[in-house]
Ligand binder design. Structure first.
Ligand SMILES: [Zn+2]
Length: 165
């Protein structure tokens, strides 16, 4: 069972070009909480947190349910595959995850309407994650990958040297 995929090599180059600026953005490992029933804890904001906020949430849960306090577990700390860029709902920090294609399409829609600003680290990070999501795609997302590359090119393009003419 293989599907036709395309590796967009230009996108790999753009990812590398954006990485130094993107790396200046603070991100945290993604965590979640397992409850006594074995399910994830989900609140109105979703259930993905940075480590510090997850510690606070789990403390509140244990306090509210002292009989089962030992059955709440802090889990995660590694990158999971996500379809939407996860942000800690408590403190707003970007959480580290592996972007799936849908994430790239979601960001592409955003950036097509709101072009990213060259030199803006948060934008560089978000564009890089969009590119990672679309670096290797099913053929059906080839056009989306090209559009994402065009957006990224504007962030990394250097002024052509036309001097001396
Ligand atoms: Zn947080």
């Amino acid at each position: 069972m293989t599907r036709d995929t395309i590796h967009h090599t230009e996108i790999t180059e753009l990812i590398n070009a954006l990485s130094p600026l993107a790396a200046t953005v603070r991100t945290e490992a993604l965590h979640w909480i397992t409850t006594p029933s074995g399910d994830w804890h989900l609140d109105d904001d979703g259930g993905l947190y940075c480590h510090d906020c997850a510690e606070k949430v789990i403390a509140e849960l244990r306090q509210a349910d002292p009989d089962n306090a030992d059955d709440y577990f802090l889990d995660g700390g590694w990158q999971t595959e996500e379809e939407i860029p996860p942000i800690c709902p408590k403190c707003g920090v970007k959480l580290e995850a592996s972007p799936l294609a849908y994430w790239g399409l979601w960001e592409l829609e955003h950036f097509a309407a709101n072009p990213p600003t060259p030199g803006n680290a948060a934008h560089a990070y978000e564009v890089r994650e969009m590119l990672v999501a679309l670096e290797v795609t099913d053929t059906q997302y080839g056009d989306a990958a090209q559009k994402a590359a065009a957006i990224a090119r504007k962030l990394v393009s250097v002024t052509p040297d036309t001097g001396g003419e």
